[in-house]
Design a binder for this molecule. Structure first.
Ligand code: CU
Length: 312
């Protein structure tokens, strides 16, 4: 089940606090506007030309009591807004300490890397979280400034090279929450999508256990040929597949590629057909992507797809 919606469909305690604050501010502003509109309307009608008493209304200068009142009322309104803002910030702002994060988010042109330091899971573009938990995220960037934003779950937060930011992440309901990079970061900025997959604790633990399994490398058949090609066709210079010499992090970790719903940070759904298309020419689906066209032959693509499809 995919959930669409934005900041007005909050699905985490942090986002609920932010939405509440927005509603309070809007309600107070509408209240002020209503008082002013009514007062102006009354004066316009009461003192209009031709009315029973159209003489100049009474002019009142230097009334200390009135001046105190119209100073205190705005001060009180601002104090209320200030207090509401402070309590919201207390809910949404994570600690600025050296606490170990649950997930490290690393922005790359043009995809996201997710690392779970407590378990060692490394994955891309799709973040699994257990529902109802408050997780600490550390946001980083490897190249330029990106911005991590999943509107239903929390505020935007910049991913800045050489600097770390923190964010609380949690979801009240299971589901797939969509997000995207929210800071222009180059040609494929629009295709730098995020999927947060919130699942029950058991499902999450199962996923995490599967992610930590080192897949067996096929030695024979078409998949075996694919595994060999992966190491000889430069794929290994940019990608990691655990249990093989491929350990680079220029591109997404492919150890459990088959478990992901999309490829290319959301440009294609993950299927053997789409993986084939991607391998023939990633530039056709994500022009400017940092994965070059590898100019593979039909049989090479077929073998590599057979190999990658086996990576569950
Ligand atoms: Cu970006």
């Amino acid at each position: 089940m995919e959930k669409l919606g934005g900041i007005f469909n909050p699905s985490s305690p942090e986002m609920e606090a932010m939405a509440d604050l927005t509603y309070y501010v809007i309600a107070i502003s509408i209240g002020i506007l209503a008082i002013i509109v009514v007062a102006v309307a009354y004066i316009i009608i009461r003192y209009r030309k031709g009315s029973k008493d159209s003489s100049e209304p009474y002019q009142n200068f230097g009334d200390l009591r009135l001046e105190i009142v119209w100073t205190l009322i705005p001060v009180a309104i601002i104090a209320v807004l200030f207090q509401l803002t402070c309590s919201t910030m207390k809910t949404i702002d994570p600690p600025i300490g050296n606490e170990e994060p649950d997930i490290v988010v690393i922005g790359h042109q043009w995809w996201w890397e997710f690392y779970y330091p407590k378990s060692g899971v490394l994955t891309a573009n799709e973040m699994h979280i257990p529902v109802g938990k408050k997780l600490l995220l550390r946001i980083e960037s490897i190249d330029v400034i990106h911005d991590f934003w999943v509107p239903e779950l929390g505020p935007k937060i910049d991913a800045i090279p050489g600097h770390t930011n923190h964010l609380w992440m949690g979801a009240s309901e299971p589901g797939v929450y969509l997000g995207a990079c929210a800071e222009f970061c180059g040609t494929q900025h629009a295709n730098m999508r995020i999927r947060v997959i919130a699942e029950t604790e058991e499902e999450f633990n199962e996923w995490q256990k599967q992610e930590l399994v080192v897949p067996r490398t096929p030695r024979s058949g078409i998949a075996g040929k694919g595994a060999e090609l992966f190491q000889t066709k430069a794929c290994m210079n940019c990608h990691t597949i655990k249990g093989t010499p491929a350990a680079a992090r220029i591109g997404p970790d492919l150890t459990h590629l088959n478990k992901r719903q999309t490829i290319g940070a959301g440009v294609l759904t993950n299927s053997p057909e789409n993986l084939t298309k991607w391998l023939y020419n990633p530039q056709k689906y994500k022009q400017g992507s940092l994965m070059p066209n590898m100019k593979l032959s039909d049989s090479e693509v077929e073998a590599i797809v057979a190999y990658l499809e086996g990576l569950k």
